[in-house]
Design a protein around this ligand. Structure first.
Ligand code: AQP
Length: 329
């Protein structure tokens, strides 16, 4: 298999959820093991598109970096950095914004969703955030971007921007592709299983945080919304049940057929307890590794400093090329 350059990022808008973990984080770890060259980023600039508390953002940014390492990212092999520490992202974003059409940004479903959710703060950053995300990807020459289903549209926009820029100014950017997990590209909320699980859900029972303790996880699954059908099955329109089965498969490695068979003749109580157990077993080692890393301030600072230096070296090369292509340098 060809070795690829991969870029992965996550916004430090809160503690990541089980959705972030299944849809993204745990796959990031696997991708670096295939001999690919991976860049891992905590996207703090993206976190500013909704109102934020400065102290919380600082704390959540570090905490996110520690969680990424706890999920298996090896900073000795792959640069792990904070987005704002590599100033080149924001600079390239300006160039890319000049080849992005408003019509394209108007179509972004996440902008529509977030505008509805934050009607009192529909800022320009929220609107142009997919351009900054294109910059995050293109600046490293990433071939692949592992994402959950909700971010696929943004990676497709990055592709279009790269192709348009290359056509206008000559070969400059690698055209990236989104990579989605086989299972769990969209984990749904536990209280509203027709919408994706989100770390900024105002109802904490709607999501499993990666740092929830076992008792809380069990309680949240117990309260999960299902339906009145008597049989546990994976079927059209059975959002809550489908979601629990998907989480079960993602955490146990079972196929959907095997999972459905496991719960033949069982009620939702049994399914919910089994899903909770599988999730607790999956998250427990990550949680204890996280606590260990957070206790070692010097180590984490060192990792992030080195990661930013490595990332900036590559980012500057791409930025210089892009600037010279458009006639600025
Ligand atoms: N529910 C989900 N199921 C599967 N994958 C998901 N991802 C997010 N939610 C789910 C994937 O996680 C990666 C990092 O996402 P992000 O935090 O940078 O942004 P997001 O997609 O906006 O995630 P949230 O949790 O919904 O954050 P907030 O609440 O701040 O907007 C991405 O690859 C994403 O696809």
């Amino acid at each position: 298999m060809d070795k690829k350059i991969i870029l992965s990022g996550i916004k430090p808008t809160g503690i990541p959820t089980l959705g972030n973990y299944i849809g993204a984080l745990r796959n990031w770890n696997l991708m670096q093991k295939d001999g690919n060259y991976c860049y891992y980023m905590v996207a703090d600039l993206h976190a500013l598109t909704v109102r934020n508390d400065p102290d919380e953002l600082r704390q959540q940014t570090r905490s996110m970096a520690a969680l990424l390492i706890a999920c298996g990212i090896d900073p000795d092999r792959s640069p792990l950095f904070i987005q704002s520490h590599v100033h080149q992202h924001a600079e390239l974003s300006w160039l890319l914004g000049c080849v992005t059409y408003m019509g394209e940004l108007n179509r972004m479903t996440q902008f529509k969703d977030k505008s509805a959710k934050h009607a009192d703060n529909i800022n320009a950053g929220l609107y142009t955030y997919p351009v900054l995300m294109a910059s995050d990807i293109l600046i490293y020459g990433a071939h692949q971007v592992p994402v959950g289903d909700d971010q696929k549209q943004h990676v497709e926009l990055a592709r279009n921007i790269a192709i348009r820029f290359n056509n206008a100014f000559g070969d400059t950017f690698v055209v990236p592709e989104p990579v989605m997990p086989k299972f769990g590209a969209r984990i749904m909320g536990l209280q509203d299983p027709e919408h994706k699980m989100s770390k900024t859900d105002t109802n904490p029972n709607g999501y499993i945080s990666m740092l929830d303790d076992p008792a809380v996880i069990t309680k949240k699954f117990k309260k999960a919304v299902t339906d009145c059908e008597p049989v546990i099955a994976y079927a059209e329109g059975r959002y809550g049940c489908n979601n629990l089965l998907t989480i079960f498969c993602a955490c146990t490695g079972k196929t959907m057929d095997e999972a459905v068979k496991d719960f033949e003749g069982c009620g939702y109580g049994r399914l919910k307890a089994a899903v909770a157990e599988a999730v607790i077993a999956e998250l427990e080692p990550v949680q204890s590794e996280y606590r260990r890393i957070m206790d070692d301030r010097e180590y984490l600072d060192g990792v992030l400093k080195k990661g930013a230096e490595q990332a900036a070296e590559k980012a500057q090369q791409t930025l210089d090329l892009a600037f010279s292509r458009v006639g600025i340098r």
